[in-house]
Ligand binder design. Sequence first.
Ligand code: BTN
Length: 326
Amino acid sequence: MDTRRALLDALADGPVSGPALAADLDVSRAAVWKAVEALREEGFAVESTTDGYAAPADPAYCAAGIEFGLDAPYAVEHHDSLTSTNDRARELAAEGAEDVAVVADAQTGGRGRLDREFIAPRGGVWLSLLTRPTAPPARAPLFTLAAAVATVDACREAGVDAHIKWPNDVLVGSDEDGGNASGGSGRGGRKLAGILTEMEGEADRVSWLVVGVGVNANVDPETLPAGATSLRAETGGDVDRRRLAATLLERFATLAETADRSDRTLAAWRDRASTLGRRVRVETPSGPVTGTAVDVESPGALVIDTDDGTRRVHAGDCEHLRDADD
Ligand code: BTN
């Protein structure tokens, strides 16, 4: 482990003196001092107290702040602004990196599913996690489901009763709200977060996987597309983005250990999903499929009972219907 991360881990246990740190980390006192200064420059305001170095009471939303006390094997890279955190994670993948979470305060060219633009102003949690799972490519979608579960859990910890709408939108509220811009039928709630997973691999092996998660955290909903909301709007105050990002990464790390064991991932996803049991219309590449969503199957297909029998859909836009929409 590098000195920086070891120092952050040591500070998570309480104040510690420079000499004790040097001995624990097996480095010189000058190296400890240098690492402390580097953390301060990053925005992680290490305090000098009579008991030694101490972590700030309220760590900033920066790389060290997110890594501080993080129970997940990821290094964090924080940027003030990026075109897209997924693009930066892809660059890192090309350089051979792994287990890195790229975080940006704002994105100027955020990307959503189905080649859509994703609006990502300052105040959100825009995060892309680069990993190299050993699961075969066919199972990669299970990591997206795991990310949706992790995102819901992080939003719930922040005080918002989030749920998943297939395939991987994180929403709050019911079918009665979140109506689309044309005032059409319910979208299943107000959108809090979305996920865009990208990967490269061969027939039997994933080379890299980038799971991009965008959470409208401390964002003014008026700056977002119609039907979207933010954690701040739902809770009435700013949420702790550092805690949110750390919880998301920790939950994802736990789930990813067994993400390709589809039974566990699917069970966690079903528990948090609002789509199952609903009348839905899914716009698939081969046309709309309308019926009752009855299950999700590995690696993420929605099973729909239609008038013409059972259909399994793998991709598309899903709308929760009201009875009157049929
Ligand atoms: C969607 O709802 O269509 C998916 C949105 C995914 C947005 C996130 S924000 C972090 C990462 N970087 C991107 O450019 N996109 C994803």
